[in-house]
Design a protein around this ligand. Sequence first.
Ligand code: NAD
Length: 250
Amino acid sequence: MSRLLGKVAAVTGGARGIGRAIAEAYAREGAAVVVADIDGDAATETAARIAVTGARALAVRVDVTKPAEASGLVDQAVRAFGALDVLVNNAGVIGRVDWLDMTESEWDRVMDVNVKGTFLCGQAAARHMTARGTGNIVNICSNSAESTYPTTLHYCASKGAVKTLTKAMALALAPKGVRCNAIGPGPTETALSHGRLDVASERAATLAHIPLGRVGAPSDLAGAAIFLASDEAAWVTGITLFVDGGWLTF
Ligand code: NAD
């Protein structure tokens, strides 16, 4: 339980769902954790839950779509804990609407958080990490990068962009000693997925597409997130590791 001992990790969208599970897992592995979220109260609550276990945790309210807030997140992590070793670009949003009815503002809302937020926070962290010659970034992608739905076309496109961005970031950062990888979760029980999973027929259709026979729990993503952030993955960069119960076997 010490694979991230002495490391400092920031998790965007860390207040709940998959981000919270990753933040808690990192803390159990010895990292100091920055819980960064647009919901400042929920971030404070999650950081407090982590701190009672004896780990170091800081809550930061951040909107990942704002350049000054993205760089402010890195500054606050460095001020509190001395450096930033790991950034998890996890903040994400979805919307469900037939794409023929999709408005420009709905398209922009999803692309801004999922793609621009990953770019902005990734760039701010990469500037700090490349100056130190060490560190790594984990982007949270989705099975929707490969497997599309007509009612979440913008979300699928955004996650396809995250997958490609991960490879481009890895290539740019490798000569400077910094790695970048992604995790592609399959359907996981969180607030984000409930629009689909709360409808019995859609949950049944989802389950029928998962060979391992169940929807994921947020904690199912923790092992991959620890591995990619740790020195065990020292020779791994540019990949998207799908953790999806076998969804993409179809
Ligand atoms: P969630 O809604 O439970 O959590 C998302 C978090 O992101 C929330 O705490 C929210 O406040 C935060 N957030 C939203 N916009 C933000 C912004 N502009 N700035 C900072 N924080 C912001 O969702 P989740 O399911 O835990 O999603 C986490 C990631 O996993 C997302 O990138 C999502 O696309 C991805 N994912 C989820 C599933 C799934 O089935 N739940 C599947 C594949 C991928």
